[in-house]
Design a protein around this ligand. Structure first.
Ligand code: PLP
Length: 380
């Protein structure tokens, strides 16, 4: 009997230890971890510099509340705003909470209520972010949703032109839809969103919870497309495993969130912030980001060479180290077979296998993963 609500279809693996790209199960089995805790441990498991920063903070204080000045929050916010080319940060604890903050910020800033999001999007599990999510299965059974969310087809500029109006507070999207199936947005579509937001006085929100913090080879994925969003959200990899999320905004929004208007007891927790500072210092570095780009090219090429010709593989798509392999095989069966052979991978949408390897992964580890994928896919 379990004392936990059965909210997760758990795998048969129980981790004992993990380091870098490798996880060791309680039964001693070795796994190549290409899930990174669902896009969280981008520097691998327990990177020494982040662990040292956490230990150092643990010896000072763990929590004091946001009534106190915490200069480390300023350091983290400076790194984050420099990385994004933006101005101000609110720290939360998770992706959903960051998106919740972004939605509140957009509504208060504009005095409008309509938020446009897209089919197959995923923005979180709280009431506002569940309402923002363009997937019915996430909402079933939870009663009336928060109102004034509109879902449009992804990459459809015409639909947006018809929907956006003077009551639109914001348009919100992931530049690569992660949970929904690894669907990248098109440059032209993104340009149109930005333009239409400007023309209609709506804010442009980019959810970088999964795509951000170096995952695609730039600090944030929107930077591949030369965009200037008004609000960007971050979480997942920001603390490399310690819980932290962030709303990043432009200076023009500074007065919207005055004292008492928004807050979080744990938001910007000192231990999580210590992890985030060290994580960003490592990832927001030209050489590191260039290595991510190189690795993603290497892995994409290897995957194409070894898998594209297989009948079970429909397409391979993605951006940087966020890769989707669309397949005709039932995902739970495929993922279990991969685990048996020592590779941990994820599902995305209905029929896409998702790889989110640590950005520190080695060529040998990528070769091994491709070999396992080839062997398992070929067997079907
Ligand atoms: N936004 C995106 C794009 C995500 O991928 C996720 C989680 O998968 C979330 C928001 C929600 O983040 P969290 O689970 O930290 O609340």
């Amino acid at each position: 009997m379990s004392y936990l609500f059965p909210t997760y279809a758990r795998w048969e693996v129980e981790p004992e230890t993990a380091e870098g790209s490798i996880m060791i199960g309680k039964d001693g089995k070795r796994y190549l971890d290409f899930t990174s805790g669902i896009g969280v441990c981008s520097l691998g498991h327990r990177p020494k510099n982040v662990q040292d920063a956490i230990s150092k903070q643990l010896d000072k204080f763990w929590h004091v509340s946001n009534l106190f000045i915490q200069s480390e929050q300023e350091t983290a916010a400076k790194l984050l705003t420099e990385g994004a080319g933006m101005d101000l940060v609110f720290f939360a604890n998770s992706g959903a909470e960051a998106n919740e903050g972004a939605i509140k910020l957009a509504r208060k800033a504009t005095g409008r209520d309509k938020i446009i999001t897209f089919v197959n999007s995923f923005h979180g599990r709280t009431f506002a972010t569940m309402a923002a999510t363009g997937q019915d299965k996430i909402k079933t059974g939870f009663g009336p949703m928060l109102e004034k969310f509109v879902y449009l087809p992804f990459n459809d500029t015409k639909a947006l032109q018809e929907e956006i109006d003077q009551n639109t507070a914001a348009v919100m999207l992931e530049v690569v839809q992660g949970e929904g199936g690894l669907y990248p947005a098109e440059q032209e579509f993104l340009n149109s969103i930005q333009q239409l937001c400007k023309e209609n006085g709506a804010l442009f929100i980019i959810d970088e919870v999964q795509t951000g913090i170096g995952r695609t080879g730039k600090p944030f994925a929107f930077q591949h497309y030369q965009l200037t969003p008004d609000i960007v959200t971050s979480a997942k990899a920001l603390g490399n495993g310690l819980p932290i999320g962030a709303v990043i905004g432009r200076k023009a929004l500074e007065d919207v969130f005055g004292p008492g208007s928004h807050g979080s007891t744990f938001g910007g927790n000192p231990v999580s912030v210590a992890a985030a500072i060290e994580t960003m210092k490592t990832i927001f570095n030209e050489e590191f980001l260039a290595s991510v780009e190189q690795k993603s090219q290497y892995l994409s090429k290897k995957l194409a060479e070894n898998l594209e010709s297989l009948a079970e593989v429909t397409t391979i798509r993605g951006l940087g180290m966020m890769i989707g392999i669309e397949t005709t095989i039932e995902l739970p069966i495929l993922l279990k077979k991969l685990r048996e052979k020592g590779l941990l991978a994820l599902p995305a949408g209905q029929n896409t296998l998702r790889l989110l390897p640590p950005l520190t992964v080695t060529e040998e580890e990528m070769d091994e993963a491709v070999e396992i994928l080839h062997m398992v896919l070929k067997e079907f």
